[in-house]
Write a protein that binds this ligand. Sequence first.
Ligand SMILES: Nc1ncnc2c1ncn2[C@@H]1O[C@H](COP(=O)(O)OP(=O)(O)OP(=O)(O)O)[C@@H](O)[C@H]1O
Ligand SMILES: C[C@@](O)(CCOP(=O)(O)O)CC(=O)O
Length: 205
Amino acid sequence: MEVSEPRLVLVFSGKRKSGKDYVTDLIQDRLGSDVCCILRLSGPLKQQYAEEHGLDLQQLLGPGPYKEQYRADMIRWGETRRHDDPGFFCRLATREACQPVWVVSDARRQTDLQFFCSEFPRQTQSVRVQSSEKTRKQRGWSFSTGVDDAESECGLDSGVEFDWIITNEADAPSLDEQLQPILKLAEKAVTSSRSRPPDDPVLFL
Ligand SMILES: Nc1ncnc2c1ncn2[C@@H]1O[C@H](COP(=O)(O)OP(=O)(O)OP(=O)(O)O)[C@@H](O)[C@H]1O
Ligand SMILES: C[C@@](O)(CCOP(=O)(O)O)CC(=O)O
């Protein structure tokens, strides 16, 4: 299914090891990859960084400890590119997206959210994934100065009224239950995209 403009853009943010990738993978699994794509703003950043530094891109993209050795430097490297053009990685990450539902897995800065809100004001919904420090530690997180106290991790801690908050904890309601309203919204967006011409943007929210 190909559309020229997304019908729904779900912009996710959350602290390291809150489970952004886990939750966004679940959404794609429930909706199917023909209608839902996952867009990682860090994807093109890591790709260029890996090429310039001779690193293993697959490991940089994965959940393991490899990427953590390079995180502080990747943040600095990305910020020099964002300095002149805050939408640089947002544009690169979205350029080949063709499904009606876009799931952006890793917004970190106000400028990331502003990009989608200004490009797709009617379709964009912000989603925060939250987990306790205890749970994040169990998933491998530990505080790192220069990372966990920097904009990359704290840029969306305040000043945003999220449309949805997902609590990714063992004792919270199941993710399927918490994601129900978002999945319904996505299904509605997909249904409306089937009944309208592809380039007719739709106000469905
Ligand atoms: N609800 C869950 N049940 C089981 N495992 C989970 C759950 N949520 C997250 N995890 C696991 O915790 C680890 C961290 O999750 P994930 O990679 O999704 O976090 P993230 O917020 O994308 O982290 P980062 O940005 O720091 O890489 C992964 O190994 C993931 O499989
Ligand atoms: C360098 C950076 O893109 C790393 C993101 O890695 P991850 O999404 O946590 O796997 C963070 C940033 O851009 O500030």
